[in-house]
Ligand binder design. Structure first.
Ligand code: CO8
Length: 374
């Protein structure tokens, strides 16, 4: 089969960031207020008081130190606890289109390509801001790309599944080059009033250019050696928001219409699954684990990544082997492993190999083995 390369990556980071201290202060102000308003019911045992959040817990349980967000004003307002993102008229670019164009422009520049070299756009992310027309087609038009575009969603594994699909399209000849873009606005579907998860997510957008040959001016191209996809159904990470919600008004606004998870179960079930998939993939490719220079893992939880790396390597990982961006970005769903790849790959030498691996809701795992091209 014809080789296929990732020739450029791009990253859009929102201008605003929220530290754990700011987040916890806002949450605790909300909790105090809610508990005061519901004091009688709490006192007679009908409902339970909201427990405060803590910076210490967040850092220890997750490794997250801050998160970028599109709007922090609404998130830090104890009366709102939700981003303020005004709707735009249909004749203006959508927010996800704007983020996508910014990231894609960087990816093209890094690859030494122009939009005239690209035939397809895949917008691959956890949540799309509308059902149709596809955000990808809006992005395609904004960039002036002829050809085709479509949206897809595999939650945290959207980007790796998108790369696998782009690789097939390039291999089959249906596109010369494909942009895989992940505009993740996680702040819009997170319940900021739930201390179990209010610290987990942030916003960002990544773009990856997949094509047949790197241009001579590509900054750090990588050949895709292999990609493996795995899904297995689980209710442990779920979001029931959808177009049928209005057909049963009793559920509108209920807690299950935003992200929710049983984090403990996810941790226990997903870590071994990911380690097994990476080890099986490397084994079948006859690539010794010790020869893999870097693992750009999904950025959900630091402890999770350390456990997976230990299982794969059979020893403690060196920090440079498993780059962490979680401390600044938090979990940006499908963008996470690509942000790590974007920020930590230029130092690798031709022939050196790495693994981009995402995992999350579904469950889904996407593992892409790459090798630095010359
Ligand atoms: N402050 C203080 N205490 C807290 C807080 C807080 N903020 N939150 C919880 N606690 C308490 C709990 O109530 C509990 O108390 P108790 O022992 O009295 O019951 C105690 O701390 C321990 O809680 P947990 O057992 O929940 O703590 P864990 O150590 O398991 O850590 C984590 C929780 C960090 C969530 C951890 O389980 C984890 O990261 N698991 C993996 C989760 C994961 O990777 N999920 C992937 C989801 S992402 C994805 O797939 C994409 C979905 C689409 C994007 C959605 C965007 C919104």
């Amino acid at each position: 089969m014809h080789p296929v390369f990732i020739t450029g990556t791009g990253l859009f980071t929102p201008a605003q960031s929220i530290s754990n201290a700011e987040l916890v202060e806002a949450f605790n102000a909300y909790a105090l207020r809610w508990n005061a308003e519901n004091a009688a019911a709490i006192a007679d045992g009908t409902i339970q008081a909201i427990q405060p959040s803590s910076e210490g817990f967040i850092e220890k349980a997750s490794g997250i130190g801050a998160r970028f967000v599109i709007d922090k004003s609404g998130l830090l307002d104890p009366e709102r606890m939700c981003p303020n993102i005004p709707e735009r008229p249909d004749d203006q670019p959508s927010l996800q289109c704007e983020m996508s164009v910014a990231a894609a422009t960087q990816a093209l520049a890094q690859a030494g390509r122009s939009t005239a070299d690209v035939d397809a756009v895949i917008v691959a992310c956890s949540n799309l801001q509308r059902a149709y027309p596809a955000v990808a087609i809006e992005v395609q038009t904004a960039l002036g790309i002829t050809g085709f575009a479509f949206d897809m969603n595999v939650a945290c594994s959207s980007a790796t599944f998108g790369i696998d699909l782009a690789r097939s399209q390039v291999q089959s000849g249906s596109a010369r080059a494909v942009l895989v873009i992940s505009p993740e606005i996680c702040s819009g579907h997170l319940e900021w009033r739930d201390r179990d998860c209010h610290f987990i997510f942030g916003d960002a957008c990544t773009a990856v250019l997949v094509e047949r040959e790197p241009s001579p001016s590509a900054v750090a191209p990588f050949r895709i050696v292999d990609s493996r996809l795995k899904t297995t159904f689980s209710n442990n990470i779920r979001n029931n928001f959808g177009f049928l919600n209005r057909a049963d008004p009793s559920g509108i606004g209920a807690r299950d219409k935003l992200f929710r998870q049983d984090g403990r179960k996810v941790f226990k079930e997903v870590c071994p699954m990911v380690a097994e998939i990476i080890l099986a993939q490397l084994g079948e490719l006859a690539i010794g684990v010790e020869s893999v220079r870097r693992f750009w893992l999904h950025q959900a939880n630091l402890n999770m990544n350390q456990l997976i790396s230990r299982r794969v390597l059979g020893r403690e990982p060196e920090p440079a082997e498993t780059p962490v961006i979680l401390d600044r970005y938090a979990n940006t769903s499908s963008a996470g492993s690509i942000i790590a790849f974007h920020q930590y790959r230029e130092d690798m030498k031709p022939g050196e190999r790495g693994v981009i691996c995402s995992f999350g809701a579904g469950y889904s795992v996407g593992s892409v083995v790459v090798e630095r091209a010359g």
